[in-house]
Design a protein around this ligand. Structure first.
Ligand code: PGA
Length: 259
């Protein structure tokens, strides 16, 4: 059975460092009362990460970054490396989000390099996969996600206590208010788990959390998080306010449901 669920907030390009400070102090003071049954993580923008690291230290809420470069250092103006993120105590790094694939032309090959860079620095990649609406409409959703998994994880071996998280985020569900049905999410999570088993063996695949993402909010979180095979959520818009994010955190079940 996978470890406890992960509820991760992806803030995207929202909140300045001072706004981040206010939100996270509030979140830290209230998360205890929410008695989270899963693990909680937040991914603010790069400029907010050092301030966030200070506030989250010892809080039980993990720090995540939204992106990373694949090299350790070098002439890559505007980029941030895994070595830099590791030094400020990031535990997770989101890799291959559909907005990066779409607006920054990130290929599966680059995403694969980023996953390696994150693992090398002993952080956990949250690898995002998901189909677009036309791909679902034409019945190719499964193949698209299989290919993203194969290419994103090509030639990667997980050693010792290296960890990996997958986020299934159908592109048509992101920021739209429309979610996948629990049945569709379940079907895709089974497929993703099969790809993980092919890459790392069945026993290791069972330990890897597969999150659902795309318009998760307080009202739909319980149904999605109790869907068999769903091991948590990657939350965008609803993670920006402590109240709505905590509503999702509270909806996580005691133990991940079996696929
Ligand atoms: P959303 O975003 O929850 O606002 O749909 C999810 C994501 O992009 O990770």
């Amino acid at each position: 059975m996978p470890p406890r669920q992960l509820i991760a907030g992806n803030w995207k390009m929202h909140r300045t460092p001072s706004e981040t400070g206010r939100i996270l102090r509030d979140l830290v003071s209230r998360v205890g009362q929410a008695s989270p049954r899963g693990e909680v993580a937040v991914a603010p923008p790069f400029t907010s990460l050092p301030a966030a690291a200070e506030i989250l230290r010892g809080s039980g809420i993990a720090l995540a970054a939204q992106n990373v470069h694949w090299e350790e250092e070098g002439p890559f103006t505007g980029e941030v490396s895994a070595k830099m993120l590791a030094e400020i105590a990031c535990r997770y790094v989101i890799v291959g989000h559909s907005e990066r694939r779409e607006h920054f032309s990130e290929s599966d090959r680059r995403i694969n390099q980023k996953v390696r860079a994150v693992l090398f620095r002993e952080m956990t990649p949250i690898l995002c996969v998901g189909e677009k609406s036309d791909e679902r409409a034409s019945g190719r959703a499964g193949q698209v996600v299989d290919a993203q998994m194969k290419r994103g994880l090509a030639n990667i071996r997980l050693i010792d206590d290296q960890d990996l998280v997958i986020a299934y985020e159908p592109v048509w569900a992101i920021g739209t208010g429309v979610t996948a049905t629990p049945a569709d999410a379940r079907e895709m999570h089974i497929r993703i788990r099969a790809e993980l088993a092919a890459a790392f063996g069945a026993a290791r695949a069972e330990q890897i959390r597969v999150l659902y993402g795309g318009s998760v909010n307080r009202s739909n979180a319980e149904a999605l998080l109790s869907t068999p095979g769903v091991d948590g959520a990657l939350v965008g818009g609803a993670s920006l306010e402590p109240e709505s994010f905590l509503g999702i955190v509270r909806a996580a079940p005691e133990a991940p449901s079996q696929a």
